[in-house]
Design a protein around this ligand. Structure first.
Ligand code: MG
Length: 393
């Protein structure tokens, strides 16, 4: 499908879905809809139709983290149709995830051809997503693009946003931090920091050399002497004794949380740092999916949940519950993403101690409007599903 038609159809579908989604009434436990189903039929059965398009998110700045840098991120935008409703989804594929336009396209063809024809009830979320997950290991961004579209769709059918369906309190939504990527230029670090004046929390990408890491912190402190800072080392520190010392220095310099100091599989090393760090140490690369969490208990103080790692909103919700039961705090994170995946992740934000949902602000060509920040805090509105609207491109 060409891009213009995709967007045009999307705008029409959204307008219809929002109108219809705001009017459902329950009858005998079955959701009934208005005219969208030609005469008020029951939204309980019908074919699930999936379509998608490739998209490239252009970064506002070259994005550098420990081990890589890039100017753009490949994305696939999905649409799932059912009974007159349309849900939007997204796969974002930064290179370290190992997915690509080609791999996501191949996976979505399998979802379309091998899974969806077996379902006529979109509310069978557990069954549908279990079949999608079982198609192949990995492919978590591709899986998330189906999961998010399915949640958006069902939220619209129910006429409610997911934060309400889950029973969360929008007033509990946290502030998001804004990420300052590593840069060798002092001027660029200062410029990025100045541009983030709206944000009450900054996140800094470290894990370079000792001198460079300290330079980044000192530059940011020149401009923002008192702002709480999260540090993400992205596995960049290889020596646990050094990492523990660095954690103490960072805490003395106003850092309040450290993400993934040591390599993902070095759980003992990360646990050593966490046990000596004055501030919480959070697992990101070490925590991909729900099944990883029990092995991290006692080693990390918290986990960073990202939809592109865990396969979407359904498993992310389960991760929140399990982490909470184990006494671990949660952070909601993101990749460079459009407002589709950011708004989907935001639905979970009331349960988060930390939030890093700035991925749509780091790109120059966001093609949806969705979750808005107010004075740096995540706001959750009444729009059904994940609350996004496509923009004209
Ligand atoms: Mg991280």
């Amino acid at each position: 499908m060409d891009r213009r038609k995709f967007i045009r159809d999307g705008l029409l579908a959204t307008a219809g879905a929002v109108t219809l989604g705001s009017l459902p009434s329950c009858s005998g436990g079955i959701v009934r809809t208005g005219g969208g189903l030609s005469g008020g039929s029951t939204a309980s059965e019908g074919p699930l139709e999936l379509e998608w398009e490739d998209f490239t998110a252009e970064m506002k700045y070259t994005f550098s983290i420990s081990g890589s840098s890039r100017d753009s991120t490949p994305i696939v935008l999905t649409r799932l149709h059912w009974c007159g409703f349309t849900g939007y989804g997204e796969a974002s594929m930064p290179p370290y995830l190992g997915e690509s336009h080609a791999s996501v396209n191949a996976f979505l063809r399998r979802v379309r051809d091998e899974v969806l024809p077996d379902f006529r009830d979109a509310f069978l979320v557990e069954d549908i997503l279990a079949r999608v997950d079982a198609l192949a290991g990995g492919n978590c961004a591709a899986k998330a693009s189906v999961d998010i579209a399915l949640h958006d769709l069902l939220g619209k059918v129910m006429g409610q946003p997911w934060w309400r369906i889950w029973g969360f309190n929008a007033q509990d939504a946290p502030f998001t931090c804004y990420t300052i990527g590593y840069d060798a230029s002092d001027d660029i670090v200062r410029k990025k920091t100045s541009e983030a004046a709206w944000s009450h929390f900054l996140k800094v990408k470290l894990g370079q050399t000792d001198a460079e890491d300290r330079r980044m912190i000192r530059l940011i402190r020149e401009i923002r002497p008192d702002t709480p800072v999260y540090v993400d080392a992205n596995q960049g520190w290889k020596d646990r004794f050094y990492a523990a010392e660095m954690a103490c220095w960072l805490a003395e310099n106003g850092v309040v949380m450290i993400e993934q100091p040591m390599p993902r599989d070095d759980i003992e090393g990360n646990a050593y740092v966490n046990s000596r760090s004055p501030v919480p140490v959070v697992a990101d690369e070490s925590c991909q999916r729900l099944a990883d969490i029990p092995g991290l208990h006692g080693a990390f103080s918290g986990i960073n949940i990202k939809l592109m790692k865990c396969g979407g909103m359904h498993e992310a919700r389960e991760m929140v519950t399990l982490a909470g039961a184990l006494g671990m705090d949660c952070m909601i994170g993101c990749m460079t993403e459009t407002s589709v995946a950011i708004s989907a992740a935001a639905q979970l934000s009331p349960k988060m101690r930390w939030a890093d949902l700035d991925g749509n602000m780091l790109i120059a060509n966001d093609c949806f409007s969705g979750m808005k920040l107010k004075d740096g805090r995540i706001t959750l509105g009444p729009e059904p599903g994940i609350g996004v609207t496509p923009l004209q491109r």
